[in-house]
Design a protein around this ligand. Structure first.
Ligand code: PLP
Length: 351
């Protein structure tokens, strides 16, 4: 029997599977009941991440989505206004959780260059006004998922957080892929996190752990977050198993994120050669490639059709809409596989 060609799965950097070494680390982890604060592995991981992010404390949560929901509960009351990047994860990928759990409304700002402090100030609604929903939180997503792994300009983040502080508005960084910002820019995680009251980073994306995200901030905020984590059903027990995977990821997978960025560039350069594909490789900052199929010429396929054809050829990606496709480089795909995948996308678009 002929063996099937290996599937190249670029749908997300969450598809990575724990390596043999990571599984060994998981198996060897000392654990305890985290609800009694007795899981030594999770305690160690939380301390390490607080250290990396330059905060007093950190708290592990099962998912980044839950961390984002906890942040909303911490900083807002129902009816409040939250300012976010356009196309943010909070609006598109959390099944309306913000409305259901925190009862907030969003104001979307900016584009591929993030948003400016001036735009933020102009969008802020005053507190204690008889008509306006008070803006109580501003949330920055970095890197930006749906806009193609874009890096939010740090000087803008600094200015926005300063303006927010002046106005009594809390600041939150959805840094699920902040590791990629650090890898691409050379800035430390702590300096990227410094302007914000609270930060979230994920272990389950490019770092390749099977689950887990961490909130980091002041002791007071993290203590309050413990309650909301439980309220949302995320208070687990022997989570040291996940912590061990996270520690392994920090040792072994962090330094190689630059390889993912190089592989994303490889894909982008090949894709950009096609007249049917709209993409400038300069806009690919990290490991996510978001490209558009030009639908202006008659007979050109939709993004859904391109993804369907590519899937038949063993290359998986994610169509955001009829024009837009996302392909993500990660530790389970090689440079050659990424080059091959880009070739397949081009052929499927041009066929
Ligand atoms: C993936 C992601 C999240 C949510 O993480 P999950 O663990 O998948 O719930 C939040 N924000 C951004 C920007 C993400 O990419």
């Amino acid at each position: 029997m002929k063996s099937l060609p290996a599937i190249i799965d670029l749908r997300s950097d969450t598809v990575t599977r724990p390596s043999a070494g990571m599984r060994q680390a998981i198996a060897a982890a000392p654990v305890g009941d985290d609800q009694f604060g007795e899981d030594p592995s999770i305690n160690l991981l939380q301390e390490r991440l607080a250290d990396i992010l330059g905060t007093e404390a950190a708290l592990w949560l099962p998912t980044g989505t839950m961390a984002n929901q906890v942040a909303l509960k911490l900083f807002t009351r129902p009816g409040d206004d939250v300012i976010v990047n356009t196309q943010s994860h909070a609006i598109w990928h959390e099944t309306g959780g913000s409305g259901a759990n925190a009862g907030v409304q969003f104001t979307e700002l900016g584009g591929v260059d993030g948003f400016s402090a001036e735009a933020f100030i102009a969008a802020c609604k005053p507190h204690e006004h008889p008509m306006y929903p008070p803006t109580t939180l501003v949330e920055v997503e970095n890197t930006h998922n749906r806009l193609g792994g874009l890096i939010f300009p740090q000087h803008q983040a600094v200015a926005i957080c300063e303006a927010a502080r002046d106005r009594g508005i809390a600041t939150y960084l959805d840094g699920a892929r902040l590791w990629n910002v650090a890898a691409a820019s050379g800035d430390s995680m702590a300096s990227l996190a410094a302007p914000f009251d609270l930060v979230m980073v994920s272990l389950s994306k490019g770092l390749g752990a099977p689950g887990g995200s961490v909130l980091a901030g002041s002791k007071r905020l993290i203590q309050q977050a413990v309650r909301f984590r439980r309220m949302l059903g995320g208070a687990m027990r022997q989570v040291g198993l996940f912590a061990a995977a996270g520690q392994f990821a920090l040792e072994h997978n962090l330094h190689r994120l630059v390889d993912d960025h190089a592989n994303a560039q490889r894909m982008a350069r090949r894709l950009a050669q096609s007249s049917l594909i709209d993409l400038d490789p300069v806009d690919v900052h990290t490991n996510i490639v978001v490209f558009r199929i030009r639908t202006d010429s008659p007979g050109s396929p939709t993004a859904f059709q391109v993804v369907e054809r590519a899937t038949e050829l063993g290359v998986l990606a994610f169509a955001f809409d009829a024009q837009t496709i996302r392909a993500v480089a990660h530790l389970d795909v090689t440079a050659e596989q990424c080059e091959h995948a880009a070739q397949v996308f081009v052929e499927c678009a041009e066929r």
